[in-house]
Ligand binder design. Structure first.
Ligand code: FE2
Ligand code: FE2
Length: 278
């Protein structure tokens, strides 16, 4: 291991992907000129908050059955917050290797957002004295996470994250509206602007990538179908408890599918039939 300094390059030695490949070259002074990504990074930095700033004494406004129902129904989203954090940490090196500094900077704020969501929801579970479901109780959650982790490439990962964030956004909105002025509504109100930034980044980045690599589109549509199927399977497993806390599957998936199709069109992936009449 060692470092070699030049006028504008630093060579870092370390294990590469192939056997015997022990080098990686990076720029010391990279170009940071994608103003749209840097604007999202600035918003990400300025939008930071801490779980300690929440009013944890706010009323929970749920009876004991509703508390347990919310704890169970929230499980998929809760696990999704943690896996989004882990996924960001694993794709940042790919953006580094691709010399995309703006995306690395943005993802640092994304990672902290997801860490904060995970911490906040963990604290919420303790506050209502409940636990999430275990994977053995709802195997569709495991299959969903496994499908997301199957996407090791940064571009595929971003598409999976975009789909998951759309689901999370509607989930938080519907529960917050069903329980106004509650502690969970305050938590959802803090998380939602963060998720909106994540969606904006994913759309901005994917739009540029799909313009360059339109051959990725069919695979993306297949991933959409697989993840939507698994989202519905997760919901189906908790549908009775979801009804107890005001989460209606028809409303949830109507909104989720509508938003996903909007993204599909904006990213130029709409199938020919869907384009007709527009
Ligand atoms: Fe999140
Ligand atoms: Fe997110």
């Amino acid at each position: 291991m060692g470092l070699l300094y030049g006028c504008c390059l630093v060579v870092v030695t370390g294990p590469g992907r192939e056997k015997g490949a022990w080098w990686l070259v990076i720029r010391v002074f990279p170009h940071i000129d994608n103003t749209k990504l840097m604007e999202l990074f600035r918003k990400g930095v300025e939008g930071q908050w801490s779980a300690a700033q929440l009013d944890w004494e706010r009323p929970i406004l749920l009876d004991s059955h509703e508390r347990q129902a919310l704890a169970h129904v929230l499980t998929g989203v809760y696990l999704g917050e943690q896996t989004a954090m882990i996924g960001a940490s694993s794709v940042i090196p790919q953006f580094f290797a691709a010399h995309q500094t703006e995306a690395q900077l943005y993802l640092a704020t994304f990672l902290l957002d997801e860490a904060r969501h995970f911490e906040t929801l963990t604290r919420f579970y303790h506050k209502i004295d409940q636990r999430p479901l275990e994977v053995r109780d709802l195997k569709a959650i495991f299959r969903y996470q496994a499908r997301l982790f199957k996407s090791r490439d940064k571009i595929e990962w971003l598409w999976g994250i975009l789909l998951s964030d759309i689901l999370a956004r509607h989930f938080y909105s519907i529960i917050a509206k069903a329980h106004p002025n509650s502690l969970f509504a305050e938590i959802a109100g803090r998380i939602l602007p963060d998720e909106a930034r994540h969606l904006a980044f994913a759309e901005l980045y994917l739009k540029a990538t799909l313009t360059e690599k339109p051959e990725l589109k069919p695979g993306f549509l297949k991933t959409r179908d697989e993840l939507l199927f698994l989202m519905k399977a997760i919901y189906h497993g908790v549908r009775e408890e979801a009804a107890l806390i005001g989460l209606d599957g028809t409303l949830l998936f109507g909104s989720v599918e509508g938003d996903i199709e909007k993204k599909v069109r904006r990213l130029g992936m709409a199938e020919p039939e869907a384009d007709e009449g527009e």
